[in-house]
Design a protein around this ligand. Structure first.
Ligand SMILES: C[S@@+](CC[C@H](N)C(=O)[O-])C[C@H]1O[C@@H](n2cnc3c(N)ncnc32)[C@H](O)[C@@H]1O
Length: 324
């Protein structure tokens, strides 16, 4: 066993306040099960996460990783970490707008959901059925996966299309990006953005369809996904629409949506939802998820992902899998 110290990105402390080390510890245990003795420590007044591992842990995707050191007595030896990202992180960080999901939380949510997928390794097909301006989708692309989103707000689709076209051109990446109408029975029912980009060996895709995430199976047809990953409306500023205006709790929305999303997962696929426990208790969401036929991960580090955001948002992450 080798002892390591992991320095967390300073930005993680701004996102999660004092909870950054606890959240990082949970993410680390889920991503690298071979790692043991994970514990927050202070060395010379600086916070680290101490850990032990049989060989160098693969921390490159971890959302709050900053620098890794091997511990040799009182000395710390820097250890290079291989980061497998195929696109620069400014793809995710440049867009700024109200209601954007925090970038680190998005990466954590995607990481822990993909860690639960029980399929042969390889690029994943990720669906965010309430994708906003696509933080989940661009994060998935950065990690080498394909991404599909549904969003009810057409302005979000336009903003994402404009940003991606400019970004990919400016970065001189080989790509194609088109917005086209979606027609059914000769009638226009919405629009879609389709992007193809080849940042590494593989051509990756990102699509967004305008429409109701509760009807994503109708919008996307028979396509199945390895992961459904979404940051649900918090019932605070960005309330879920149910046709009757804003509702305080997204419970009704998720009760309708979850059976649809569960049906879009392949066997062994995983669902990950970030939600506000002040408007939707974890036990309620877990029950709705089980009713949709999924197995909720409800033990060990899976229960250590809750954190306070502000006075009106206490966020948690729930992950569940579709039986194979
Ligand atoms: C918390 S925000 C997610 C933001 C997104 N992750 C981002 O960073 O841009 C929730 C999103 O769900 C969308 N939404 C709410 N109800 C929806 C529905 N029934 N169908 C599709 N989108 C919906 C909202 O418009 C909002 O963009």
């Amino acid at each position: 066993m080798t002892s390591y110290l992991l320095l967390l990105a300073p930005s993680a402390n701004r996102v999660y306040a004092e909870q950054a080390p606890a959240l990082a510890a949970a993410e680390l245990r889920l991503l690298c099960p071979e790692v043991t003795a994970v514990a927050p420590v202070q060395v010379a007044g600086v916070d680290y996460l101490a850990l032990e591992a049989p060989e160098q842990p693969a921390l490159g995707t971890m959302s709050s990783r900053f620098a890794l050191f091997r511990r040799e007595g009182d000395l710390l030896a820097p250890v290079p970490v291989h980061v497998p990202d195929v696109l620069d992180d400014d793809l995710v960080s440049i867009p700024k707008y109200p209601g954007k999901t925090n970038e680190q939380l998005t990466r954590l949510l995607l990481n822990v959901t993909l860690a639960a997928v029980d399929r042969a390794p390889g690029p994943r097909r990720v669906l965010d059925p309430m994708c906003g301006r696509g933080t989940t989708l661009t994060t998935a692309l950065t990690l080498g996966h394909d991404a599909t989103g549904v969003e009810q707000d057409e302005k979000a689709l336009d903003a994402t299309a404009a940003f991606l076209k400019t970004y990919l051109r400016r970065k001189r990446l080989k790509h194609r990006a088109d917005v086209t109408p979606v027609r059914r029975d000769g009638r226009k029912v919405g629009r879609r953005l389709d992007v193809e980009v080849t940042p590494a060996e593989r051509t990756q895709t990102l699509s967004i369809l305008s429409g109701d995430g509760r009807r994503s199976a109708e919008l996307l047809g028979k396509r199945k996904f390895d992961a459904v990953v979404t940051d649900a409306p918090y019932g605070v500023v960005h309330g879920g629409h149910t046709g009757e205006g804003r509702e305080r709790s997204p419970e009704a929305l998720l009760r309708e949506a979850l059976p649809v999303w569960a049906g879009q997962l392949v066997g062994g696929g995983a669902l990950g939802i970030a939600f506000n426990t002040l408007t939707l208790p974890r036990a309620t969401l877990a029950a709705i998820t089980r009713d949709a036929g999924l197995d909720v991960r409800d033990d060990g580090p899976w229960l250590d992902l809750a954190h306070r955001v502000d006075a009106s948002i206490h966020r948690d992450v729930l992950v569940a899998t579709r039986p194979t």
